[in-house]
Every structure is written in structure tokens, then in C-alpha cells.
Write a protein that binds this ligand. Structure first.
Ligand code: UDP
Ligand code: MG
Length: 318
């Protein structure tokens, strides 16, 4: 029988995990034609997530857990899951049931019968989410799609069923700064998009503050576009042209009307503006440099504290 690996990144999800497993069990029963393996990736949780996972493991041999030595972030958890998954198909799901397992049979059918390599989901509404967050999220996707050549879909969730070859391609991307929404698009293949209404979390609370999301979006931009560097170049060119024009105007004016000392305030304003633009551009440059710095260190993406999923460590990445 074919095997589907379900990867579930968990960070402080002690309440959600049992509920998730109940739902997942129902879906697995419904899909009798395939076997399941569920991999809970405990991303350095501070609550009882790990012991909840272990208790479930004792109950059901289909369950595996991987526990990190500290919180490495959801992206690292996804990568670890991919790396340990043995399935012919792999699906990524949040622990909070915001990615309804009930969609899985349809996703599987699309891959089996219509030959897609991955079936992804996007939510068409963002109800239940703070308005300001929705606003900035929409803006982010708009900007992202203008400045990046990789297609990044608005409202895309990480909930996605993939074939083995798609997962292997994802594993080949060993970069340290991982922005999955972009990586999925980058690897290509045929992807089918399913749409659904936003579902609220069953238990616990979101791990993403506005600030964390903002940093994550900057990470996405830096990882998938070098356009900001271009913008810096053009801003510089623009200011050079203006400066040249001014120089000519001033020379001509001095020759015609003499040189009264005037325009001191405007000078300060211009200096401040240009100083600001310069710092901004150096900042952009620094951001890329910082990412390069992290990348060249070749640190592992995650460290495993304990697991029952076989391979202890991802030496592959070193
Ligand atoms: N998550 C994780 N590591 C983190 C933050 C989140 O593994 O550092 C997991 C979390 O447990 C959940 C999923 O990523 O299963 C999505 O997180 P959350 O539901 O908080 O995000 P939201 O759905 O609000 O965007
Ligand atoms: Mg969630």
C-alpha cells in the first residue's frame, strides 16, 4: 500500500494535538486505500507538547515525533519533517486544525487521477483575523509579486500535498533562510490550487505576532528578490541627476547675479534627505549581506534532541 506522511510542526500545541489526531484518524479511516504516518515536529515547545506526542506514539504506531533542541521556527520544522518522511506522498498541516484534514481525500484524488505533483490550498477569506494584519498581508503579496519572479500566491497556506519527487526537490534546497511559500513556487511542477474559507484555531493561540510577521515578510523579500538593491541604485541615480541639475543652476545663477549667502536652511534639508537615503540604501545592502553571512556559515537548519523517527541528525545539510 502507498504511504502518506503527514508533517505537523508544533510549537506549544499541547491542547491542539489530541484534537488534531482525532480529526486525522477520521480522515485516515475514510481513506482506506492508503497508509498514514504522522510526524509531529516539536519545535522546542515550552509546554507539554513533547509528552503529549509521546503518549500518542505509545497509543498508535503510525505516529512519530521529532523534538528540536530549541525553537528553530516553523520553516526548520517543515524541513525536518520532509527529511524524515518516508511516504510516497507528503502533506504539511498545522496542528491547530486551520488546515482541515477533510480536504485531504480530494487533494489525494487530484494527485492520483489528474496527475498533479502538488495540491496546494489558499484561503479566500481572512475572517477572524485582525483587520490591520489582513491589510498588510494583502499589500505584502502585491509587492512580492511585482518584485519577484517566483509566483507567490495571496492567502496561500502551507497546507499542501506533494508527490515524492516534489518533496525530493524541496530537500535539495538546503538554504538556511527558508521561505517555504516561495520555495514551493520555485521548484515548479504542476500545482493545483484549492480554495477554502478561513477556519479559526481550535485551541491555543497564534504564534505569530505582527512584528514576527513583518520580519518574516522582509525575509521573504530578501530571499526571493534582489529588486530592493535595484531600487537603491535607481534612487542613487535619481539624486545624482538632481544634484547635477542644481549645480548647473547654481553656477549659472552665481555668474549672472553674484553670490549672496542664502539658502542655508534648504541646504540642511537636502543634506538630511540625502543622508537618510544613503543610510536606507546601506541598510538594504546590509540585509542582503547579513543573509549571505548566515548562509555561508552552513549551520544546520535544526538540531534534534530526541526522536523515534529513525535518523537522528541531518548530516545531509553539512
Ligand atoms: N509553529 C512552529 N514553530 C514556530 C511557530 C509556529 O512549529 O516557531 C507551528 C504552530 O505550532 C502551528 C503552525 O506552525 O502548527 C502555524 O502556526 P500558527 O497557527 O500560530 O500560525 P497562524 O495560523 O496564526 O498563521
Ligand atoms: Mg494557525
Amino acid at each position: 500500500m502507498e504511504l502518506i506522511s503527514v508533517i505537523v510542526p508544533c510549537y506549544n500545541e499541547e491542547q491542539a494535538i489530541p484534537l488534531f489526531f482525532e480529526e486525522m484518524k477520521k480522515t485516515a479511516e475514510q481513506m482506506g486505500e492508503v497508509d498514514f504516518e504522522i510526524i509531529f515536529v516539536d519545535d522546542g515547545s515550552k509546554d507539554r507538547t513533547l509528552s503529549v506526542c509521546k503518549a500518542l506514539c505509545a497509543e498508535d504506531p503510525r505516529i512519530k515525533y521529532i523534538s528540536f533542541s530549541r525553537n528553530f521556527g516553523k520553516e526548520a520544522a517543515i524541513y525536518a519533517g520532509f527529511w524524515h518522511a518516508k511516504g510516497d506522498y507528503v502533506v504539511l498541516m498545522d496542528a491547530d486544525l486551520q488546515d482541515p484534514p477533510s480536504l485531504l481525500p480530494e487533494m489525494f484524488r487530484l494527485i492520483k487521477e489528474e496527475g498533479y505533483d502538488s495540491v496546494a490550498t489558499r484561503r479566500v477569506s481572512r475572517k477572524g483575523e485582525p483587520l490591520i494584519r489582513s491589510f498588510f498581508a494583502r499589500k505584502f503579496y502585491r509587492i512580492m509579486n511585482v518584485i519577484s519572479t517566483t509566483d507567490i500566491v495571496d492567502g496561500a497556506r502551507d497546507y499542501r500535498l506533494m508527490t515524492r519527487r516534489f518533496v525530493n526537490s524541496m530537500l535539495e534546497l538546503k538554504e538556511y533562510n527558508r521561505f517555504s511559500k516561495g520555495l514551493f513556487g520555485w521548484v515548479g511542477y504542476k500545482t493545483k490550487w484549492l480554495e477554502y474559507e478561513n477556519v479559526n484555531r481550535v485551541a491555543g493561540e497564534t504564534k505569530w505576532s505582527f512584528w514576527k510577521l513583518l520580519l518574516y515578510s522582509i525575509e521573504g523579500i530578501v530571499a526571493f528578490s534582489t529588486m530592493p538593491l535595484m531600487i537603491a541604485v535607481f534612487t542613487g541615480m535619481f539624486f545624482c541627476c538632481i544634484a547635477l541639475l542644481f549645480i548647473i543652476v547654481i553656477i549659472v545663477r552665481t555668474m549672472l547675479f553674484g553670490d549672496p549667502v542664502a539658502g542655508w536652511p534648504s541646504m540642511i534639508c537636502i543634506m538630511l534627505l540625502i543622508g537618510g537615503v544613503q543610510l536606507f540604501c546601506v541598510g538594504i545592502l546590509g540585509e542582503y549581506l547579513a543573509k549571505t553571512y548566515l548562509e555561508v556559515k552552513r549551520r544546520p537548519i535544526y538540531l534534534v534532541k530526541e526522536t523515534n523517527a529513525g535518523k537522528e541528525r541531518n548530516y545531509d545539510n553539512l
